[in-house]
Design a protein around this ligand. Structure first.
Ligand code: KG4
Ligand code: ZN
Length: 341
């Protein structure tokens, strides 16, 4: 029998953030994220270290989520967890924890696709009157591992219209930042430096890719050659021009994303547009999409920053819609490193 107030514990451990959240229906009561700093030493996520950190963090993070929400295990109605896609070792920690937790506390398990959860972050309501997208809408999901345009017909029906054929948008940011000597993850740093730069100063190529698909590896390579050529002439080139390089490089990524989104909106006739994923925290992208929405007559939906990068509140909202349909997982469930929408 469905409870009128579903209290859900959500767990996210697909990559390098150990996260837990408590939701009452579509309201977030707590949202705890423990970001693993150890990977900064290596310039990228080291899978084996990520799983060990998840093991260390998961119990205190879940406890903190319960304490912050002011509830105990007895108040919970279900536990939702990220089944995939992600790093197998990282996923295993969250999946095993969720299964054991559900078994020990006698509550049902809900498996969640991490990419669907990024999309559904647009339905988290922190206020009563918060507008949410109407179906069908398009969602541009841009993260460290994915770049997708998704047609969303209901909370449960999503269709992939286009995706990257090589690097993800987040990878383009992070790899570009690495070439400039910035620490991992470089996306937020490029965003920060770009704010003071001229996006027209340097020109980078915009790839021509079929349909609604994306490509970012050529852009990264052109940045590599551009930096090599200029550093040969002036070893301080990057330091002297950091803001303009970041603004121009970021501007090209934004153009690639925006052009395809316009194409998708035109070909489907859909004007409710949402964004999701870590890269949707990018201030330049948010500004560009707000401007594009004006010219294209779109209604734009942008989640709060804390629901854009990896978090468990989004796993909770995705879990909530499954809970409403009694769509529970069995104890036999296993993680999926690849899990397509
Ligand atoms: O969704 P997410 O937190 O994790 C994945 O599922 O991948 O996305 C992480 C990605 C990283 O590549 C990070 O550099 C990028 O999101 N990112 C940003 C910004 N904040 C996070 N990229 C550009 N600008 C930002 N402000
Ligand atoms: Zn993600």
């Amino acid at each position: 029998m469905l409870q009128p107030n579903a209290m859900i514990l959500a767990i996210e451990s697909s990559c390098d953030d150990t996260a837990a959240a408590i939701l009452r229906n579509d309201r977030v009561l707590s949202n705890i994220v423990s970001s693993q700093v150890i990977h900064k030493l290596y310039g990228g996520v080291v899978p084996e270290l990520a799983s060990r950190e998840h093991q260390r963090n998961i119990v205190p993070v879940v406890q903190m989520a319960l304490d912050t929400a002011g509830i105990t295990v007895k108040d919970l109605d279900a536990v939702a967890f990220t089944r995939g896609p992600g790093l197998m070792g990282s996923l295993l920690v969250g999946v095993s924890f969720a299964k054991a937790f559900a078994l020990a506390s006698g509550i049902p398990l809900i498996e969640v696709n991490h990419m669907e959860a990024h999309v559904l972050a647009n339905f988290i309501r922190d206020q009563d009157e918060q507008p949410v997208p109407s179906f069908p809408f398009l969602c541009l999901t841009v993260s460290g591992g994915h770049t997708q345009i998704i047609k969303v017909s209901s909370h449960r029906e999503m269709k992939l219209l286009g995706e990257t054929i090589d690097d993800a948008a987040g990878e383009a940011f992070d790899k570009g930042a690495k070439l400039m000597g910035l620490p991992y993850p470089g996306g937020p740093l490029i965003d920060k430096f770009a704010a003071d730069g001229d996006p027209e100063r340097f020109k980078f190529p915009v790839p021509s890719v079929d349909e609604l698909n994306f490509s970012f590896s050529g852009l990264k390579t052109s940045l590599l050659y551009f930096l090599e050529n200029n550093v040969k002439k002036d070893p301080d080139f990057v330091e002297k021009n950091k803001a303009d390089i970041c603004a121009s490089y970021q501007g090209t990524i934004i153009r690639i994303l925006t052009d395809k989104l316009i194409k998708a909106a035109k070909s489907t006739g859909i004007k409710d547009i949402a964004i999701a994923g870590g890269v949707s925290a990018n201030k330049g992208l948010r500004k560009a999409l707000a401007e594009t929405s004006e010219t294209q007559g779109w209604k734009l939906f942008v989640p709060e920053f804390r629901y854009c990068t990896d978090n468990a509140a989004m796993i909770g909202i995705a879990g909530y819609y499954k809970y409403l349909q009694n769509d529970f997982a069995s104890q036999d469930i296993a993680p999926l490193a690849r899990y397509v929408i």
